[in-house]
Design a protein around this ligand. Structure first.
Ligand SMILES: [Mg+2]
Ligand SMILES: [Zn+2]
Length: 200
């Protein structure tokens, strides 16, 4: 018997899960969910996806806010999502300076690699949802499929797409992205049901 493949999805935080403030979210009082986001993540949870948040938070490394503030926002966000039936499998934040040379700040792939250590999954069936060109580049660098949402910086990003930053899909928000991911999964499943199982 083949080992079970995990179904996973990577999601950027600011501008996708929560409203981008055009500055860092420094405290919980500033945090507002994007309207479609909690229900979208609930649908993905219910469909058996492991959700990983992949977020650059260089404000910590650059001294704009503290690691304790980031943790507080994180914990309260998780609390709210848990209360709404969402399960977040992991959240990975790059807190290094924008000006540094770490291996995890998107478009680099360190956060993704950390998230999936020891996890069996198919990159070709896995999506990263983000709102910036660096998100799309990061997803491409890691070898997964990409969805650009028009929330946050997404509408601006869409106007400036290049071959290097062209995502697989552009959709309005995380709700539409979740619909897209669930539809792709249904396609894969029906092919598998008809023809047996395929390994990439
Ligand atoms: Mg973002
Ligand atoms: Zn980093």
């Amino acid at each position: 018997m083949p080992q079970t493949m995990n179904k996973i999805v990577f999601i950027d935080r600011d501008g996708v899960i929560n409203v981008d403030l055009w500055k860092y979210v420094e405290r919980w009082q500033e945090f507002r969910f994007e309207p479609s986001a909690p229900a979208a993540m609930k649908a993905l949870t219910d469909a058996g996806f492991d959700i990983f948040i992949i977020s650059n938070q260089a404000g910590v490394g650059d001294g704009v806010f503290t690691a304790e503030q980031l943790r507080d926002v994180h914990e309260k966000m998780i609390g709210e999502l848990t209360a709404r039936g969402v399960r977040i499998k992991g959240a990975h934040y790059c807190t290094h300076s924008k000006h540094g040379n770490c291996s995890c700040r998107k478009p680099r792939t360190g956060l993704f690699e950390k998230a999936v250590e020891g996890v069996r999954f198919k990159k070709s069936e896995t999506f990263f949802v983000g709102d910036k060109a660096t998100d799309i580049e990061a997803g491409k660098n890691f070898g997964v499929r990409t969805i650009l949402v028009r929330t946050g910086y997404g509408a601006e990003t869409e106007k400036k797409l290049t071959p290097a930053t062209r995502p697989d899909y552009v959709v309005d928000d995380l709700g539409a992205a979740a619909d897209r991911i669930l539809a792709a999964q249904a396609d894969t499943k029906s092919k598998t049901d008809v023809g047996g199982s395929y390994e990439n």
